[in-house]
Design a protein around this ligand. Sequence first.
Ligand code: GLA
Ligand code: ZN
Length: 677
Amino acid sequence: MTLKKMPLLFGGDYNPEQWPEATWEDDLIQLQRAHINSLTLNVFSWALLQPDEATYDFTMLDKIMALAGRYDMQIVLATATGALPAWLVAKYPDVARTDINGRHARQGMRHNACPSSPNFQRLAKALAGQLAARYHDDPALACWHISNEYGGQCYCDNCAAAFRTWLQAHYTDLAAVNAAWNSNFWGHTFHAWSEILPPMHLTDMIDAGTDKPVLAGAALDYRRFQSDAMLANFKAEKAAIRAVDATTPITTNLMSTQKDLDYFQWAKEMDLVSWDNYPSFDTPASETAMKHDLMAGVLQKPFMLMEQTPSQQNWQPYCALKKPGEMRMLSYQAVAHGANTVQFFQMKQSQNGIEKFHGAVISHVQATGQHETRVYREVKQLGAELAQLPEDLLASANHAQVAVLFDWPSFWGVEYATGPSRQMDYVKQVHLYYQMCYDRGIDVAVIGKDTPFDGFAAVIAPVMYTASEQLSAKITDYVQNGGTFVTTYMSGIVDDHDNVYLGGYPGSLQEVLGLWNEEFDALPPDTTINVALGAGKTCSASFLCDVTHPTTAQVLATYDDPQLFYTGAPAICQNDLGEGHALYVGTQLDAAGLETLFGHIAQAAGLDLTGARPFAGVEVTHRYSAAHTYTFAVNTTAEAKRVANPAPAGVDLLTGGTPGKELALAPFGVAILQTAR
Ligand code: GLA
Ligand code: ZN
């Protein structure tokens, strides 16, 4: 499902309810002058729309919708259920959440509803239905936006009861739950369903000091249950909309690598993925790229860039301004990775409230119309450029030779595990291998366990802690049919319930990898060991070291450190199986080691590296339509760059010129080269 109207949506969150009505039209005039063509409305207006349970009042929203329509704005209409009205919590305290320590909220900031509250479920659905009935045939409506940034957890009694129901649906009986969780450990055996409570600090099932669970199986199931419960909230509102509106796309704004929700499950229920991109001043460009690719990957489709700040974000420790050109660069980087919209939080900076120092198109300074700001001018210039882009670009999509696997159960499981290392950071680990590819100038897809692997020359699965027997079979199949599969330490260790596979790590992956691991060693921070990479080359390794025994795999690198009792054991192995190859990395390699590893992967997978160039701050990615290849060259740095043109035959859509052999990019400069396919 695509957005109702074209071209590319350029706009974002606008909260006129915070301002006198007399100011709205001025805002719209200023926004339209900056080529803003879309507004996200009504995100936090529940308390205004429904002053009490019996009364709905759409007077203000009607006016805003009508005015926005008059200014040709395409509206992303939120269902306003992301923040609970005070009366609602007072009347039905169960709509609020209970935290991990058992404290039940009396009111709350926002994103604060208990997903299992029958009153929340009923009233949120009713509000979505009211909005849909009222606005579904408004010609300005482009997309529905349900709630806002779902996430967090609730541990209340309603959630406890719903958790038991969830368990009953997923397990045949209580004995199966006890078995899956190995609950005889430390005497947690359950004899009645009612004994099962949410794993939390208060129930002593999650250690308050470390946040590590006693029974990881229980904690993992609780995460699955909470993700499903919030998804059920989303689906209920979606159904209420669908009852009157069969066609307008429905989304909710995701947050990429956030931990709480398994977005591969969520995406199945979404017409369009949208997400909020808030890199910090020190976030590497590769990390932002990976997050975009994950958001393109959960639904295997172009996505909406629902939010980014035009300049500073005040909730980060330092409100660094985006430098001149940086917002434009980040916008094009998103488009390069599959964004079909460029949207901001926010259109107008609030005068008071927790976000008063957050960036906006119309800042405090510009609110009276006296001054035009740098940020406004940059938005305006970008809007003019985006309006010129061909519609064919929006019909294009990314395609990569290499995929990196991201998996929420592994994320949860490996970070819940007590041991082997407190330094374990799942997202960082995935990023390390994503960056290994990114730095070599190739496009990378980010996929899930259920995404088909064929079509990718190589699939890299870092720290794939949780692996079912079916997944191992899928991997074996992929390799046998010519794929190159790569995995690392702390992969294939446990089943879906966090039970360790017996008989050698990594369980059922031993055969495809042609090896087994006997032990894993954790190195203290700042400790490195030497690795011999072959051909006289060496590198250093850190973090974790597997003690590996190859069976059919050949050894490509070994630990080379006389201090270590396992010196000489393999650090990198490759197993050739059927038409394909499986590589295993037993330790965290430094940059030199990753370069060698990438070389082995490229060779095994037969990667086409023509046109790929080592990353030097200029990111090169591609989108393909039936007729054209779009090559994006994005200078992610504040320095001017001269690089070999990755598409010398291309026409730069931003200048209309043909730059030829060399590309000169200004600080944060961008070129979009269109070539015929
Ligand atoms: C999130 C929210 C917005 C706003 C921004 C500020 O993404 O969805 O409502 O608070 O953060 O950066
Ligand atoms: Zn709850």
